[in-house]
Design a protein around this ligand. Structure first.
Ligand code: DO4
Ligand code: MG
Length: 295
């Protein structure tokens, strides 16, 4: 069972998207209205949704026909880093100018008890599927970072999973680790979607298959795949550091790190398109554009 949001005739709708691809309108605006109702009734979001849709007729529409929005207006998006071997190797390459045998702080954080957790995005900077992401004007080495996103409640419980793109500037990050916020946060530098998969419908979250495809002039120029089974840490471990002495809010997203990195000579260009496909969640599709001249 998945949750989607879409816009039709200037109205925003919340809907359930079932495994047999049926779409049911839900009488709520926000997924967390259902999560809170489930808490109050001491049941689960899946139970609430199943009870609701038992009384409803599905829409006579396919998901491809919908103008999808972010599945949740996440108040904050945080991200974990260097949680996969592939990410550690790529960061070492950036930070050492290509000396692959060098040992760096990336090796230290990969092995340390405390993970890297950083602030990634606010709801205004976070876009949904089909919406443009922007590249920075002061960077010449930029990549998408395909990541599994945890959808958290304010207690830090994992309520759902989504796909996320932690757009990153490799040259700015590689120049100096203190530049990390600039290498990670700018206008339209993050996307999530296309759906939230209810956590209670996922048997094993370490079996998500993640595929990233990049298209230039609609010709595929990169494809890479990996599995969350390759993650060095556990999801609960990452969440425990995020919430330690911290306040988070219902609908906070924690991106769990990238496991797919395009070749070192690759950089995103204006006009590219990025697809992040996660099994059981869907395809997060974003055109890449240069920064608009005026906002
Ligand atoms: O250390 C920098 C960021 C790492 C990151 O974003 C990742 O591993 O996905
Ligand atoms: Mg990342």
């Amino acid at each position: 069972m998945r949750i989607i949001r879409f816009s039709k005739e200037n109205t925003i709708h919340l809907a359930a998207y079932t495994d047999d691809k049926k779409i049911y309108l839900l009488p709520y605006h926000d997924f967390f209205d259902i999560v809170r109702l489930a808490d109050d009734q001491e049941t689960t979001p899946l139970q609430i949704i199943n009870n609701m849709i038992a009384e409803l007729m599905p829409l006579e529409l396919n998901i491809e026909d919908l103008d999808l929005l972010v599945p949740i207006e996440a108040p904050e998006v945080w991200a974990a880093g260097v949680t996969y071997l592939k990410s550690k190797e790529a960061r070492n390459y950036e930070a050492t100018g290509g000396k692959l045998d060098a040992t760096t702080f990336y090796d230290k954080v990969y092995n340390a008890p405390r993970p890297e957790i950083f602030f990634k995005s606010t709801s205004a900077r976070t876009k949904g599927t089909g919406q443009d992401l922007y590249i920075r004007s002061d960077s010449h080495w930029q990549i998408p970072e395909p990541e599994l996103g945890l959808v958290l409640n304010k207690e830090g419980n994992i309520i759902g999973y989504t796909a996320g793109n932690d757009m990153s500037s490799r040259d700015i990050e590689g120049e100096n680790p203190l530049y990390l916020p600039q290498a990670k946060i700018w206008r339209n530098s993050c996307s999530i979607g296309p759906a939230i998969r209810l956590a209670e419908t996922v048997m094993d979250p370490y079996q998500f298959q993640i595929t990233c495809r990049i298209f230039r002039h609609e010709k595929q120029v990169f494809q890479g795949s990996a599995s969350t089974g390759q993650l060095k840490r556990k999801f609960d471990e990452l969440v425990s550091y995020l919430i330690k002495d911290n306040e988070i809010f219902d609908g906070t997203i924690l991106l769990t790190g990238t496991c797919i990195v395009p070749p070192n000579e690759f950089t995103l260009e204006d006009g590219d398109r990025v697809e992040i496909d996660i099994s059981g969640i869907g395809v997060l599709n974003n055109p890449i554009k240069k920064q608009p001249k005026s906002i």
